[in-house]
Design a protein around this ligand. Structure first.
Ligand code: RUQ
Ligand code: CUA
Length: 691
């Protein structure tokens, strides 16, 4: 944290012309390390020693910065916020925020600090602008694969919650991002070469997953834990009377192929957990490498039944003063799995709960009432827990945890026999923060930032000596900032990693209430950008989210996204990154008929498809192999057929196959859906389906 000195030089005349508000702001600034210097002719604003602009009223035709701010009714603080967040046209943001898209089922990329939406990556939900799940073979293959395992029906949506960027030595490496589907217990993998999803895995033996997603520090594994436990029975059914006996949670370690990022079920394993509700999770790093931490609530095992004479889940699940932090030694689990200590369940190696206990894989530590977030600090020493119904952040120390395990310092076991470490022996400190602490991020300089859902605020506090904080200043609340409203997650720049840099924080607010104009009954959620470089945290910008509710985000430095490509090698199938058999070069376009099967080898380039007339007969099966033969970046073409539900988007070099039954006779004018050139409207042709 360094403070930013603000110096402002104003003319005597201009001071007289200042609005009351502005004068007030200047006075306030003076109280905050600022100096107001009056001189004769010009106003110069110095922010951090840099001359920002000349505030002379005569300069620049459009008025001075001060005039613009006052004309627009802005305070000095707001104007400063605008300058700090603004990324000039044509320039790049320094960071990219990778955000879940909630029940839109997608991922969203946002530039930081400008808070401009840069891209949407379709994952679980068909998205017609990207030609995703609208007939293009590669996207259909991914969606089909993701509905193949435990799902009895084809799934057409997802609820994305927790993105997890791949890491090397605990820092983002810009290669892959994983994202879970809260609703259906699935996970998607997006390749950060072309920013397209390459795999959706339907994880066996669990039904839902919430925040239990992280990668281990070298992306050895992608972890997904279940949220609501499910019956571990043949048919997936058990009455709720048998909840304690037959329902189980799962901690899943999915092995990730280092070259492709694909998750390999054969090399993966699961650890069976008691039927508590496993919630957020995080990976140990550095000092805590090899451990995984999962929060749980509902150790009461409430199942509801408020219309059957029982108590509602919300009441039943909030009785106990403590729930259990799950501490998992995943390297031990890996060794046990590789030594055959598993049972096979629906194609997955499962370490039964008894084995996890007897092999010392699973321990519990008590955590205050109904905890939510668990976050490991950049040094790996501290594990911060937010307890929804407790006003404190509770900070655990990995050295104390290891010691307590070694000394068998247990206060007992739970009903399944999992040893419970003594609370006092593993906790390094508690900090009273306010109402509804949820999630915590870090700045890499010994500070932690916790979202307070009920207070609609973020609290900043110091960690302990092992994060570089002097003894006397350890575990102290140092600052708070209000956000609008009801913050869930928050994301600091690289704040999940060993490289947390303390530049910006983004608040992911669940409500926006009165923040935006009334445009109907459904209001947007709101991202708020917060400056972490000033002495006090300050909100710089709002970004209303006009799509599904984002849950969690991670912020990666732009310069880490080094594997991103601009065009495919000519004739590339996005799914494999290799050339498919039907890649077509210019001059090789053709139509091949085999009985009622018609294969069209087509090319697309500005501003025509070749061939541009396709003659088929009603009842034929048509395979349209389209190759975009452009090599120019951004020369994307679309391919859409009216009435046939077909739409593909072809980036330069890309090949897609659209397969369909020509079951509707007629003359259909197919066309390119991207405004690709001056003759874009001419980029069309005819599909003639002869009756
Ligand atoms: S957890 S409601 Cu990521 Cu706070 Cu979901
Ligand atoms: Cu190609 Cu429009």
């Amino acid at each position: 944290m360094h403070s930013v000195a603000v110096e402002r030089v104003v003319t005597g005349t201009e001071v007289q012309l200042m609005s009351g508000l502005e004068a007030e702001e200047l006075t306030r600034k003076q109280g905050m390390n600022s100096r107001v210097i009056l001189v004769g002719a010009v106003i110069v604003a110095l922010v951090g020693g840099v001359i920002l602009g000349r505030f002379s009223s005569g300069l620049g035709g459009g008025g001075s910065l001060a005039d613009i701010a006052s004309e627009r009714g802005m305070t000095v603080e707001q104007a400063e916020g605008a300058l700090k967040a603004f990324t000039p046209p044509g320039e790049y943001d320094e960071y990219v925020l990778v955000s879940s898209g909630g029940h839109s089922g997608q991922l969203h990329l946002v530039g930081v600090p400008s808070m401009r939406l840069l891209k949407t990556i379709p994952v679980f939900t068909p998205e017609s602008w990207a030609g995703y799940g609208q007939g293009a073979d590669w996207s259909q293959a991914i969606l089909d694969e993701g509905s193949s395992n435990k799902q009895a029906r084809e799934l057409a949506w997802g609820d994305t919650h927790h993105p997890a960027l791949s890491e090397t030595e605990g820092a983002y490496d810009g290669r892959f991002v994983y994202i879970n589907d809260r609703a259906n217990g699935r996970i998607g993998m997006v390749d950060l070469r072309d920013f397209k999803v390459k795999q959706i895995l339907d994880i066996p033996n669990m039904q839902t997953s919430h925040g239990g997603v992280f990668v281990t520090p070298n992306t050895e594994y992608v972890h997904v834990s279940s949220m609501t436990p499910m019956p571990q029975t043949e048919n997936g059914y058990a009455d709720l009377e048998d909840y304690a006996d037959l329902y189980r949670g799962m901690s899943t370690f999915l092995a990730s192929d280092p070259d492709t990022g694909r998750l390999d079920t054969d090399a993966s394993f699961q650890i069976e957990l008691p039927p508590y509700t496993q919630d957020l999770a995080d990976a140990g790093k550095l000092e805590s490498f090899g451990f995984a931490f999962i929060n749980s609530y509902n150790s009461e095992m409430a199942v509801g039944g408020n219309a059957e004479g029982g108590v509602p889940i919300e009441t039943g699940a909030s009785q106990a003063d403590f729930d259990y932090l799950h501490i998992i030694d995943w390297q031990k689990a890996e060794a046990v799995a590789n030594a055959g200590g598993t049972e096979e369940r629906n194609g997955m190696r499962v370490i039964p709960l008894e084995t996890a206990i007897s092999e010392g894989i699973l321990y519990f530590a008590p955590e205050p009432r109904s905890p939510h977030g668990v976050d490991v600090d950049p040094t790996g020493n501290y594990i911060v827990i937010g307890g929804k119904l407790d006003q404190n952040a509770t900070i655990y120390d990995i050295a104390l945890i290891k010691e307590a395990i070694a000394n068998e310092d247990f206060e007992g076991t739970d009903r399944y026999g999992v040893p419970i470490l003594t609370f006092e022996s593993v906790v390094a400190g508690q900090v009273l923060l306010g109402a509804g602490p949820l999630h915590t991020q870090f700045d890499g300089e010994g500070h932690a930032y916790t979202s307070l859902f009920l207070d609609s605020a973020i609290a900043e506090f110091t960690l302990g000596p092992k994060a570089g904080v002097p003894d006397g200043e350890a575990f102290q609340l140092v600052d708070k900032v209000s956000v609008h409203y009801n913050i869930g997650h928050l994301a600091a720049t690289e704040g999940d990693t060993v490289a947390a840099d303390g530049r910006y924080l983004v608040a992911l607010n669940k409500w926006s209430v009165d923040r935006f104009p009334v445009l109907g009954t459904l209001k947007p959620q709101n991202f708020q950008l917060i400056d972490l470089t000033a002495d006090k945290m300050a909100v710089l910008a709002d970004m209303p989210i006009g799509f599904g509710e984002p849950h969690y985000s991670q912020i990666i430095r732009l310069d880490r996204l080094t594997s991103a490509i601009e065009t495919y090698e000519p004739g590339t199938d996005p799914l494999t990154f290799g050339p498919p058999a039907f890649a077509t070069a210019a001059g090789e376009e053709r139509v091949e008929r085999d009985g009622s099967e018609v294969h069209v080898y087509m090319t697309a380039t500005r501003s025509h498809f070749t061939p541009d007339i396709l003659r088929v007969r009603e009842g034929d099966t048509v395979f349209l192999h389209v190759t975009n033969i452009e090599i120019t970046p951004d020369a994307t073409h679309g391919f859409a057929v009216p009435g046939y539900n077909l739409q593909a988007s072809l980036d330069p070099g890309e090949v897609v196959t659209l397969a369909f039954e020509a079951d509707r006779s007629g003359s259909f004018a197919f066309y390119c859906t991207e405004f690709c050139s001056a003759l874009h409207l001419e980029m069309q042709g005819w599909l003639l389906v002869e009756p």
